[in-house]
Design a protein around this ligand. Sequence first.
Ligand code: ADP
Ligand code: MG
Length: 462
Amino acid sequence: MTTPETIAARDPREIWEIARSQLRLQMTKSTYDTWVRDTACIAYEDGVFVIAVNNAYAKDWLSLRLRPTIKRTLSNIIGRAVDVTFAVQPVSAGDAPATTATPLLDLEPRAEGVVSENSTDGGSALNPRYTFENFIVGPSNRMAHAVALSVAERPGRAYNPLFLYGGVGLGKTHLLQAIGHVAQQNHLRVLYVSSESFTNELISAIRTQSTDQFRTKYRTMDMLLIDDVHFIGGKEQTQEEFFHTFNALHAANRQIVMTSDRPPQAIPLLEERLRSRFAWGMIADIQPPNLETRIAILQIKAASLGRHVPDEVLVAIAQRAHRNIRDLEGALTNVLAHAEVAHRPLTVALVDDALSYLAPAQSKLSPEMILELAADYFGIKVSDLTGRSRAAKIAIQRQIVMYLIREETGASLPQIGDLLGRDHTTVMHGCERIAQELEINPEIHRQVVELRSRLHEPVRVR
Ligand code: ADP
Ligand code: MG
């Protein structure tokens, strides 16, 4: 369907960016960051993409191990078989424009460290896109958003430290940097750093005997934003240094905000004194977004790209890409790219083709599947949930099921009522009750989170 002319008419660098955003979904973060992130497409000739890499080692690794995956990914995007080779040529280590809000054609290497004047050397620049204005709020992140906002507005006074945790691609870095933007606007000295950079900086300070400078730098900040703090697990010296940094800042009422992929008590090899300090202020989690929130995010993304995308297409994308928001953004980019490359209209059929790389096991959740999975999770029978029992325990389990079906499938209240043998007002009441309980009842919160993560396991037991 695609002719060579359409490829030629399209910037190969753009196609490489799309490929990178898909590769990002197909490998671990560390593989991606090490081998794929700092690459660029420098030529496209006779069906062969020439990709620049930083050194011979990367070239070998990519050629030997990742070439088939990369070839397949590129071929899928373009709609016909293409090949790829790698050339050693320094690539600037700018942040990968992997997400949709970066204009696809803006591929010029960007200057590093475009930082507002309040920011200091050593930390990374804040992504201008990661603001509160651009953050869509739904039930899965309402709490985290609210506490982040109060910390941004009253640093050092609202909650200190603030500890945000959640799975990959759910918006932790976005929220963390949103706090940083507000603080910078208020002329605070803000330092945003990943815990890996913190570690590397510390190691190099030790090597060059400049630990005093390192300490001064960290301890004179008004706000320290540490991303992915779980990486300090097992790193003794880093933990020791961070312990003192933490104490110095906290004692001076300077705000500390951390993100992590799990709560403090679940971070392996973390010293007890840090674990307990992480829990001194506020701990808030971010859960995977529900269907409605995913659709809202897609609408805004599409609009920010200046694209009109029919609602049913957005719904189809949101149903397919449900694990996290990064996948969701990648999926939208991918559908738009497919439409453009293949000159096809934006339809649900196109979504099916463009997103075939999402494992088919992640197909749509049906209300019946949720019912069965929940019964299994609670250790009861489906007929207990659909039956007449008014026992308090079963009643609340039934309401959790109503809530999850509504959130995950967008089924209507009467549809859920039919399935559970209840009328629609009972279902509405049940959904509202669980939404309230989630905010205040840790046990119900835990059950909903666990059940939801089971629903989203890649291979679902049917
Ligand atoms: P994490 O740090 O949790 O892995 P990120 O903060 O990097 O996730 O988010 C991944 C992508 O999803 C980013 O492009 C971010 O802007 C976007 N994103 C996450 N949460 C939201 C949200 N609630 N509204 C809009 N965009 C979001
Ligand atoms: Mg992050």
